[in-house]
Every structure is written in C-alpha cells, then in structure tokens.
Design a protein around this ligand. Structure first.
Ligand code: SF4
Length: 202
C-alpha cells in the first residue's frame, strides 16, 4: 500500500462510509441516529463530560440542537438530569435503568462485532490511529478533541495509581475508558495500567 494523496482520500471515504453504514442501522430502531449518538455519548463519557455543552461539542452541533436531542431522550425516560451540588447552573446527564437497557440493543453492535473479527494487530493499529486522527482533525478545525485517559497528556500512572493532572485527582479503573471533554492528545502514548485507587471522577 502506498501513501499517495489518492490513498488518503480513499481512507477518508472509507471512514465516512463506515459512519454512514453505522447510522443506517440506527435508522430502523426505536431511536433516531442522533438520539443513539447521544445515548452512546452519555453512556461512555466521564462525570465532568456528561453535560449538554460537551455533547454539543462531541456531536459537532449547536447547543440548541443538543438540548433538543437530550430533551427527547428525557421524555422517553432514557436520560435523567442531575443538578451539581453547589452550582445550580451546572447539570449532569445520566442514563436511567431504561436507558441502560436500551443500550443492550445498540445497533452499533454490528460494527463492534465486525471489529472483533479483525486480526489483533489490525485492531491495535486502528485503536492507535483513530484517536490520533480525531486529534489532528480537531486541531485543523480548532475544536475540542474527545479521547480517553491512555492517550491523554494529563494522564500518568505510577505504582498502579492513575492520576489526572487536569482535575488534580486520582482516577479509578472505570475512569480510564471514559470519553473526556478535557482530553488533550499526548505525543507519545503512556502506560494505561489500571488504577487500584478509588477517588473517581466518573
Ligand atoms: S487524564 Fe485526560 S482524559 Fe483522563 S480524565 Fe484527565 S483530562 Fe480527562
């Protein structure tokens, strides 16, 4: 395989095709493609990122459009809104039991099953390439890049204790795979050894 410009265009087109194919399977289900995107985001984002504005950034849409999608999911009983203690302007969205149940029928499982069928080396290469690609796109567009702790320059791990310099807190194992609005791409990927400590941010 060569690295000609035509090849990079082919990769971009394949990425768009995969996104379209995934959204196509969303269309025949109980939720719209936009609602599924929101459900996946609130299922995977850490506590500080489960806000309407972070979802608007993630979904590359306006705050008003994001609020409409969130409102429709609250009316269906899949999301619940919590007011942050001590800050009435700050809200957090969580999945309800019904939201968690519907995620078990996420049409994206077709795509995750397909990824599971790939050779391990290919999966690892994809796992490394896609966050890097998302980071480069965010730089070009001067917008927020979402990612997870293992690829973030705020992350460090020492003696099995994971730490986030951005929020000055230790991270629990469950934090490490969560999407984060404070993510900042690291030049070199660091250790992702799971933490044993319990002060969580998710
Ligand atoms: S290390 Fe990075 S991705 Fe993880 S919680 Fe901190 S800012 Fe977010």
């Amino acid at each position: 395989m060569n690295d000609s410009p035509a090849n990079t265009e082919e990769i971009a087109e394949l990425l768009v095709y995969l996104g379209r194919a995934a959204r196509g399977t969303d269309a025949g289900s109980d939720l719209t493609a936009a609602q599924w995107t929101a459900m996946r985001f609130f299922a995977r984002a850490n506590r500080l990122s489960r806000t309407p504005s972070a979802f608007a950034s993630f979904n590359a849409t306006t705050r008003g459009t994001a609020s409409q999608i969130i409102k429709s999911l609250m009316q269906k009983g899949h999301l619940v809104r919590h007011q942050a203690v001590g800050d009435r302007r700050s809200v957090r969205l969580d999945l309800t039991h019904s939201g968690q149940a519907i995620m078990r029928n996420d049409p994206l499982h077709n795509l995750t099953d397909a990824i599971d069928r790939l050779d391990g080396k290919l999966r690892t290469a994809l796992r490394q390439a896609l966050p890097a690609l998302a980071g480069e796109l965010a730089k070009i567009r001067d917008t927020v890049a979402f990612g997870t702790c293992g690829d973030c320059r705020h992350f460090s791990c020492c003696d099995a204790v994971s730490y986030c310099a951005c929020v000055d807190a230790e991270l629990a194992p469950t934090d490490l795979g969560c999407l984060c609005v404070n993510f900042a791409a690291s030049e070199s990927r660091k250790s992702t050894t799971p933490s044993l400590k319990s002060k969580e941010i998710s």
